[in-house]
Design a protein around this ligand. Structure first.
Ligand SMILES: CC(O)(O)CCCCCNCCCN
Ligand SMILES: [Zn+2]
Length: 663
């Protein structure tokens, strides 16, 4: 199934007709540069092009009032002066004789995308639209927005397809208060937004944009606001919020559809956001959402005003939707104190509503930075032209290797659909053979074992050379196979391997202190006190059969560790007898492809070969099936994981979830 791209240059046919410093950034070129970048990069050709359509009045009335619609319907016939006067009744908007037409196309584009995804014609997709939507309200335009494209799409999806749970992820740098107002009492729509706030001195200065606006009545808990109280937030801040706030909640919620209010003014160089996250981060944010809702992800453009940053970020998003491997995240470091405060506050505010946040530390542990008395930035606010030009490196080219998934299997085993069987006939370098015999086979002449190990070496080398993206191997002795891969990979100077062992069993023997290998073991009990700090055992009372326990460990520990460790290879090992369900296993296999440019090698013990085909599906880029709404993790497990997290904080900064953590 493909990735939809919805774009029509008709939506560039309106613009600001008078001088207005607060609206001048919203130019038609925003759409043309984004689309042209997709065409130039060849990404548009790999997408399924879907035509736009005008939304009907009935669809607009899903969210907006008749009075408001009747007012907007009059704008095509207005003079410039009348348009100007009409706009004055709203906050930071402008109108043009064509803006009503374009606003209907923007809504229609979002609905076309939702239809094609929910009817299974495409897997996911992106709609490049303007005007944006997330600020507009039932009775009012606001912040360049006329109709609330994403809010209408959510309502439309519920009504037409009977969806019970829709997740809206708003990564635009402004708070989509319009969306919040629509759904704050609605438990079927979980709205997540981060936004520049600076304790309300940033536009639109609303108290209800703060972290304590958690929803109302039946909707308490289903509105999550992460305020950025400083500018300059980085990739590390963004990933920390996804791992420690959004994703655990999103998996507990288990949405049937993910709508993204994809605004790129949160990216570096944007005059509105003034943040520092680089365009490649949107590849990771997108990837981390793609195993939710069975992969049904609809991204709808909101803001983004630096044309270079915008077009690069749009390309990063679409390339990930298409399944191409993610770039390795550049030099991640500790989230900043202000971001940690925000994470701490929002986790605390939601601790009663989401069991995954039940243990969130209370706020007494540190003094929240006081709200500065500073007056809103309006006074003498520098316009975007005064802002210093920001530069950043062009995102690295992301090339998909010629072979996506290779399989190392015994001769009689059937090769899963879509995988390429690895020919072990390749002559093994006699020196390597000698080392393997000496290190792993105690010299015994077991040619079968030798050919299996040499096959693993070949697999690993083909990944390093980007001849294949990822692979799976069915082996007889999984501990030996793991040790063999670890040893081979860590021989090269700047290689690092993240070993994820699922189920109980011995960690590989040759893990050294040199941080070239990091082992995270998720199992039911401490096999033995982990001897070195690069071997991290995560213990769950019920072992890997505990879905919410594993998911808690993945987002709270494994992914932050993995991002900070930044491996060149991920080795995912399914220990024999691990009761991990295929669903959880596929989630893991899918999510871990966000690391190491997607170079994931999965090891499966001969006796477990029933999980070969689900593993192959995930390695081939199929979204993992939804896990269902998650139960609460066991309190004992939560406490153990919290204790482990605090112990690891000294070495791993992305594990922090509160400002006090840097104690
Ligand atoms: C879609 C979007 O969220 O990017 C729209 C942002 C509107 C910003 C209005 N700024 C007003 C500044 C007032 N001094
Ligand atoms: Zn914005």
């Amino acid at each position: 199934m493909g990735t939809a791209l919805i774009y029509d240059e008709e939506m560039t046919s309106y613009k600001l007709l008078w001088d207005d410093p607060e609206c001048e950034v919203e130019v038609p070129e925003r759409l043309t540069v984004s689309y042209e970048a997709l065409v130039r990069s060849g990404l548009a050709d790999h997408c399924v092009s879907i035509p736009v359509r005008e939304a009907t009045e009935e669809e607009i009335l899903l969210i907006h009032s008749e009075e408001y619609l009747e007012k907007v319907k009059k704008t095509p016939h207005m003079s410039v002066q009348e348009l100007k006067d009409f706009a004055l009744q709203f906050n930071a908007v402008y109108f043009h004789p064509n803006s009503y037409h374009c606003a209907k196309l923007a809504v229609g584009a979002a609905l076309q995308l939702v239809d094609h995804v929910l009817m299974g014609k495409v897997r996911n997709g992106m709609a490049l639209v303007r005007p944006p939507g997330h600020h507009s309200m039932r009775d009012a335009a606001c912040g360049f927005c006329t109709f609330n494209n994403v809010a209408i799409a959510a309502q439309y999806a519920k009504q037409k397809y009977g969806l019970k749970r829709v997740l809206i992820v708003d990564w635009d740098i402004h708070h989509g208060q319009g969306v919040q107002y629509c759904f704050e009492d609605d438990p079927s729509v979980l709205y997540f937004s981060w936004h520049r706030y600076e304790h309300s001195i940033f536009w639109p200065h609303l108290p209800e944009s703060d972290y304590d606006a958690v929803g109302k009545d039946k909707g308490v808990g289903f509105n999550i606001n992460v305020p950025w109280n400083k500018v300059g937030m980085t990739n590390s801040d963004f990933l920390s919020v996804f791992c420690h706030v959004l994703l655990p909640v999103a998996y507990e919620f288990c949405p049937e559809l993910v709508l993204v209010s994809a605004g790129y003014d949160s990216g570096i160089g944007d005059p509105e956001g003034e943040m520092c996250a680089t365009p490649d981060i949107f590849a990771h944010l997108t990837h981390l959402l793609m195993n939710l809702a069975g992969g049904k992800v609809c991204a709808v453009l909101e803001g983004g005003y630096n044309l270079t940053s915008l077009s690069q970020s749009v390309c990063q998003t679409v390339q990930t939707l298409l399944g191409d491997p993610n770039p390795r995240p550049e030099n991640l470091r500790s989230p900043c104190q202000s971001a940690l405060e925000s994470i701490h506050c929002v986790r605390w505010a939601h601790r009663r509503y989401w069991s995954c946040l039940g243990h969130a530390a209370d706020l007494s542990s540190f003094q929240i930075s006081t709200k500065p008395s500073g007056s809103p930035k309006e006074a003498g606010e520098s316009t975007w032209k005064d802002k210093v030009a920001v530069v950043w490196p062009e995102p690295v080219k992301r090339v998909a290797p010629p072979v996506r998934t290779a399989a190392l299997l015994s001769d009689e085993a059937v090769c899963p659909e879509g995988c390429k069987r690895l020919a072990t006939s390749d002559k093994l370098d006699p020196r390597v053979a000698g080392k393997l015999r000496e290190n792993f086979l105690e010299g015994e002449g077991d040619s079968e074992a030798l050919s299996a190990l040499s096959g693993l070496i070949t697999l690993t080398e083909k990944m390093e050379k980007d001849e294949i993206l990822n692979g799976l191997a069915v082996v007889r002795d999984i501990t030996m196979a793991t040790a063999c891969v670890v040893q081979h990979v860590t021989m090269a100077p700047n290689n690092r391997v993240l070993v994820v062992c699922v189920g109980d069993g011995e960690a590989p023997s040759n893990i050294t202190e040199d941080r070239k290998a990091l082992v995270v073991r998720i199992g039911s009990r401490e096999t033995k006190q982990s001897k070195c700090k690069n071997d991290i055992p995560v213990c769950l009372k019920k072992g890997c059969a505990d879905v919410s326990g594993v998911i808690q460990a993945v987002f709270g520990l494994l992914l932050p560790l993995g991002y900070e460790f930044d491996p060149s290879l991920v080795l995912l090992v399914r220990m024999p007898g691990s009761e991990v369900s295929d669903g959880v296993w596929q989630q893991l296999t899918g999510l871990l492809q966000c690391l190491a440019q997607g170079h994931v090698l999965v090891l499966i013990q001969e006796c477990e070969k029933s999980c070969v085909s689900p593993t192959a599906c995930s390695l081939l880029g199929e979204p993992a099936p939804p896990l269902g709404q998650l139960q609460a993790p066991l309190p004992q497990d939560v406490e153990d994981m919290e204790r482990l997290r605090r112990k690891l904080l000294a070495d791993w900064t992305l594990l922090q979830t509160t400002a006090a953590d840097t104690g």
